[in-house]
Design a protein around this ligand. Structure first.
Ligand SMILES: Cc1cc2nc3c(=O)[nH]c(=O)nc-3n(C[C@H](O)[C@H](O)[C@H](O)COP(=O)(O)OP(=O)(O)OC[C@H]3O[C@@H](n4cnc5c(N)ncnc54)[C@H](O)[C@@H]3O)c2cc1C
Length: 531
């Protein structure tokens, strides 16, 4: 399960062309693409295993994923699929979920999303027969977003003067509603709150409910899953496992247990990094995939961050929500237990924003969303690794503040009060599972609960952020959130520089590489990837 090479100073090569901080999808994509261009890359990952949120872990004979439940757009030779194929040398395979890939329990009603553009549309119309016109208008809006997403990518990668020159083109490609709030756009199409809720049933995929989130990211996610959900065969850890050889082939390495303490700046340019153990790795080119907050609030010195305007810029964005995870093991197979290849989204009512607010005010209020996923049912290879067993994962929001009193304590040693708080939350979430699948009562062999502090401990997000920065309209219009930093030699990548999601982070890696090497070197590489 543990992938990557354990860091020791004496295992480092004498010189690297670039250092990448963080081995999530953004960091690995950047490292792999640069490696393909002949760069020797040193990837430094603080966790005991590589992959960032795509890592998996095993315990008590079971295996779970922490940040991958389904990926869209990989069922045909799409751009997304071609990039995954290229990075993994075709070694990453995908298993389709059920046609009904998402099921939404909204109050006492049940709706769903179905794979295929036409099927998705027809299924919505079948569920809301009086709303055909609104649904067709919504489908048109989704189609129209394509150009805006390309314009966003372009905006991120351009130099400031190029951005200035191309502004009219990007404006033409970006209709005004793209940067409106999701609910504002949808409520112009319909006043049917159940339809709006069903359309926004995946809001957990970006961590912000419709009255706060930006329509652009809503639409991007809806488009991403329009042709169904897919699961990486062998588990999500296979993503990093299949990409790392490309980095090694060019002489680079992905080091684990390798926490960077500081990004070093000399004469106003990057000169390398200082590791947690005090060792200094010199290199004039550093790519940070550790998240914007980590990079500018912690890795770069306060002076450097302030002098380059980042202290002010950081005030324009805020961390995304934190979450609880429940990791469940059962001593029967998914087939025996009747587990579906469908994600469950359970909501107390169709007012997602109100439910979230209520829960943040009163932790005894109903969970505003409970997401249940069945990884062993989705993975055709699971039983080869763990015969006779099955796994389930539950995700639900929980504010970091509820756990802040235990900040700085050691994982596994946080004391009885913390454990009993965690157990209480875990039991409440388990009741949602039994409510939907009563046949599982008495069948659960093992389960454990993670909190925002677990996210902080293992994934180094200081507020336990589920998706890095919040996807508000304001965040998506911050032009400084891109590959280029103001500090010469420092580049940025990962979900914060584009959008969340494994594919969002992967595409950020492509944009970062493009910004670093320029179009002359990137064009032949793009031809190789996309043909
Ligand atoms: C519960 C959950 C469920 C999700 N489900 C899905 C899903 O089903 N489908 C989907 O597409 N996306 C999903 N996502 C989102 C997706 O996983 C992320 O958006 C994406 O993987 C982020 O990639 P990244 O490279 O930007 O960041 P990360 O994967 O977070 O990588 C950043 C890395 O930097 C490392 N790091 C930080 N500081 C340091 C330091 N000082 N030194 C060294 N290393 C450091 C961290 O340890 C981490 O490994 C989910 C996320 C979560 C949390």
């Amino acid at each position: 399960m543990r992938i990557g090479y354990r860091y020791r100073p004496n295992r480092l090569a004498p010189e690297y062309d670039a250092i990448v901080i963080g081995s999530g999808m953004g960091g690995l994509t950047t490292a792999a693409l640069l490696s393909e261009l002949g760069w020797k890359i040193c990837v430094l990952e603080q966790h005991y295993t590589a992959g960032g949120y795509t890592h998996s872990y095993d315990r008590a004979g079971y295996e779970w994923d922490v940040g991958v439940h389904y990926i869209g757009d990989v069922g045909a030779k799409t751009r997304t699929r071609r990039m995954f194929d290229f990075l993994s040398d075709g070694k990453l395979e995908w298993a389709p979920m059920d046609d009904e890939y998402d099921r939404f329990y909204i109050g006492d009603k049940v709706f769903c999303a179905r794979a295929g553009k036409k099927e998705f549309r027809d299924n919505l119309v079948a569920q809301f027969p009086d709303e055909e016109q609104a649904i067709d208008r919504y489908m048109q809006l989704l189609t129209g977003v394509g150009g805006a997403l390309s314009a966003l990518g372009m905006d991120r990668v351009l130099k400031p003067w190029q951005r200035f020159v191309s502004a009219p083109y990007r404006k033409w490609k970006t209709p005004a509603h793209i940067y409106q709030k999701t609910w504002d756009v949808l409520s112009e199409l319909t006043d049917n709150q159940d339809l709006i809720a069903t359309i926004c049933g995946q809001w957990g995929d970006m961590g912000l409910p419709p009255k706060q989130s930006v329509f652009m990211v809503h639409a991007m996610i809806a488009r991403h899953y329009l042709y169904g959900g897919f699961y990486p065969v062998g588990g999500s850890w296979r993503i990093a496992d299949s990409i790392i050889p490309k980095i090694q082939k060019a002489g680079g390495e992905v080091f684990t247990y390798a926490r960077v303490k500081r990004i070093l700046v000399e004469d106003d340019a990057v000169s390398g990094v200082e590791m947690e153990d005090g060792h200094i790795i010199e290199c004039p080119c550093v790519v940070s995939s550790a998240g914007i907050d980590n990079t500018f609030s912690h890795l770069l010195s306060e002076d450097a961050a302030k002098n380059h305007g980042y202290t002010d810029s950081l005030a324009q964005v805020r961390p995304s929500m934190a979450h609880l995870g429940v990791y469940i093991g059962l001593k029967s197979t998914a087939k025996e237990l009747g587990l579906p290849r469908t994600n469950f989204w359970i909501y107390p009512s169709n007012d997602f924003d109100a439910a979230l607010q209520e829960f943040y005010k009163d932790r005894n209020a109903p969970f505003p969303v409970v997401y249940i996923s069945f990884p062993s049912a989705k993975d055709p290879d699971y039983l080869n690794r763990h015969p006779g067993t099955a796994t389930i994962e539950i995700v639900a929001p929980a504010p970091y503040e509820w756990f802040e009193q235990w900040k700085g304590t050691t994982w596994g040693k946080r004391g009885d009060e913390y454990e009993s708080f965690k157990a209480e939350l875990g039991e409440r979430l388990m009741r949602h599972l039994y409510d939907k699948l009563p046949q599982l009562e008495g069948k659960v062999d093992y389960y454990e609960v993670s909190t925002p502090l677990s996210t902080e401990w293992f994934s180094a997000y200081r507020r336990g952020e589920l998706y890095g920065l919040d996807h508000t309209p304001e965040r998506m219009q911050q032009t400084w959130l891109g590959p280029r930093s103001q500090v010469p030699g420092l580049w940025l990548t990962g979900q914060d520089t584009l959008t969340c999601g494994v594919t969002g982070a992967m595409m950020s890696g492509m944009l970062t590489t493009m910004a670093m090497v320029g179009m002359r070197k990137m064009t032949p590489l793009m031809k190789k990837i996309y043909g």
